[in-house]
Write a protein that binds this ligand. Structure first.
Ligand code: EPZ
Length: 422
């Protein structure tokens, strides 16, 4: 497995291009199944998770190809099977999106149950509840979800759960409802820009969805969808990660292609932490200042501060003098990065889903282990600040969700190298 070696102490400076959003492109690839003709996703991000979704579609007989420029063509006319096998689903939880898409397309699906996850329990009860309310019969047997519906029928579906709305359940119900009879109304829908982008893609295919990006989404079922062309929104989590990295290293960077409207909570928190953030002619500029201040944070569903940036923000607070508190409200166990940050010298005390960070300790490089995608990004940020060498093991996690991160960081002045495994 590849590793990253980082020589800390460099301030990030310059411009970085933000890639297309992982968490939007994955459901969009699954949504392309619903068309009667091929769809093209322009400039899809070069990510392992995207490769996995293409493999899942290919395993079902779908023709999924990527051009040299990164455009992906999905031809659903060759679809032969309605099974998403364990060997692929276990690699990536968002494989669950083929459940809604297959139900919408064929009225049946056999999808391996996604298993446990290092960021904590990730149930799919809301997905199942929503799809059942549309008329699907769903059974779990031998580790698989077996779903069937003679005719899906629109319904009122409430998708609020114990931790708020669910991105995945909202998308899965949308995917199944676009071709259902009558009208579906999703209440307590997830408002993430990723959900709105999937709805935009479906509408380009001929679907009739209104309200996506708000808590109430209305879907008027139609008989047939056609293929379309789409460029996915920029990745707000990648953008936020670079913004936090710039702040932590005392840097000054400009993000090209990011959408500041998707980053409001992040911008507010960074400003609260004494970081200068400005928007200039389509770019977001982030300048660290000497007056950084400790800042409390609670993660919430969009438009709140994203759980996917909680760990990275904690790295920033670790190198900011003073005491700050981070509370995780989406995944109460998402703190695997804390132990590894401690290996670099962080002083963090945990109490249930809340972390107390005594910041301003000087970090020193050490070997550390990445546990998941966002934890890996956090260790990179900490390594960029730490004195000496930080060796990050298991960087395959980061390849799932960050495009070419070492080269993007190197262009900003970071000293980072990928050590290839044999
Ligand atoms: C999406 O996961 C993202 N993944 C996650 O990003 C992100 O952390 C998460 O949304 C929250 O923003 C993709 O979009 C591919 P949820 P998802 O359903 O859809 C609970 C990353 O690093 N819940 O919105 O699986 C759940 O346990 C990844 O890129 C239920 O209780 O998340 C959580 O507490 C990690 N029952 C909350 O809802 C359900 O049926 C939100 O989960 C479903 C979810």
């Amino acid at each position: 497995m590849d590793k990253f070696m980082i020589w800390g102490g460099e301030r990030l400076r310059g411009e970085v291009e933000i890639s297309a959003c992982k968490n939007a492109v994955l459901p969009i690839l699954a949504a392309a199944l619903l068309g009667e003709t091929p769809s093209v996703i322009n400039k899809a991000p070069w990510l392992k998770d995207v490769d996995t979704m293409m493999l899942i579609l290919q395993a079902m007989g779908v023709t999924a190809r990527r051009s040299f420029e990164g455009d992906i063509t999905i031809d659903p006319t060759t679809l032969q099977s309605w099974e998403a096998p364990y060997e692929l689903v276990r690699k990536m939880r968002s494989s669950i999106y083929v459940l809604g898409a297959l139900l919408g397309k064929l009225g049946k699906a056999l999808v391996s149950l996604p298993g446990g996850c290092v960021i904590g329990p990730r149930p799919i009860d809301l997905h199942i509840k929503g799809l059942t309310q549309l008329g699907a019969t769903i059974e779990k047997r031998h580790g698989y979800i077996i779903a069937e519906a003679k005719q899906l029928r629109g319904a009122r579906v409430f998708l609020g759960g114990p931790f708020g709305s669910s991105v995945g359940a909202t998308v899965n119900v949308m995917l199944a409802a676009v071709k259902a009879e009558d009208v579906t109304v999703i209440e307590s829908a997830a408002c993430e820009p990723d959900v709105a982008d999937v709805a935009l893609f479906l509408n380009k295919m001929g679907a009739k969805i209104t309200g996506a990006g708000t808590p109430t989404v209305t879907i008027e079922g139609i008989k047939e969808l056609h293929g379309t062309q789409h460029e996915v929104i920029p990745d707000r989590i990648e953008a936020g990660t670079f913004m936090i990295a710039a702040a932590a290293t005392g840097g000054d960077i400009s993000l090209l292609g990011a959408d500041p409207r998707h980053l409001e909570a992040v911008i507010v928190k960074l400003r609260e932490a004494g970081v200068e953030v400005s928007e200039e002619e389509g770019t977001i500029r982030v300048r660290s200042t000497a007056a950084r201040t400790p800042t409390d944070l609670t993660t919430l569903a969009y438009p709140g501060f994203p759980t996917d940036l909680q760990a990275q923000f904690m790295a920033l607070m670790t190198v900011t003098p003073g005491v700050s508190r981070v509370v995780e409200k989406i995944y109460p166990d998402r703190f695997m990065h804390v132990g590894e940050l401690a290996r670099l010298g962080a002083n963090i005390t945990m109490d249930s889903n809340s972390a107390l960070i005594r910041g301003g300790t000087s970090l020193s490089g050490a070997p550390v282990m990445a546990s998941d995608l966002r934890a890996s990004a956090t260790l990179i940020i900490a390594g960029l600040v730490a004195e000496g060498e930080t060796l990050i093991h298991r960087v395959y996690h980061i390849d799932r969700g960050y495009v070419d991160i070492e080269n993007k960081l190197a262009k900003l002045g970071a000293k980072i190298r990928r050590l290839k495994s044999n």
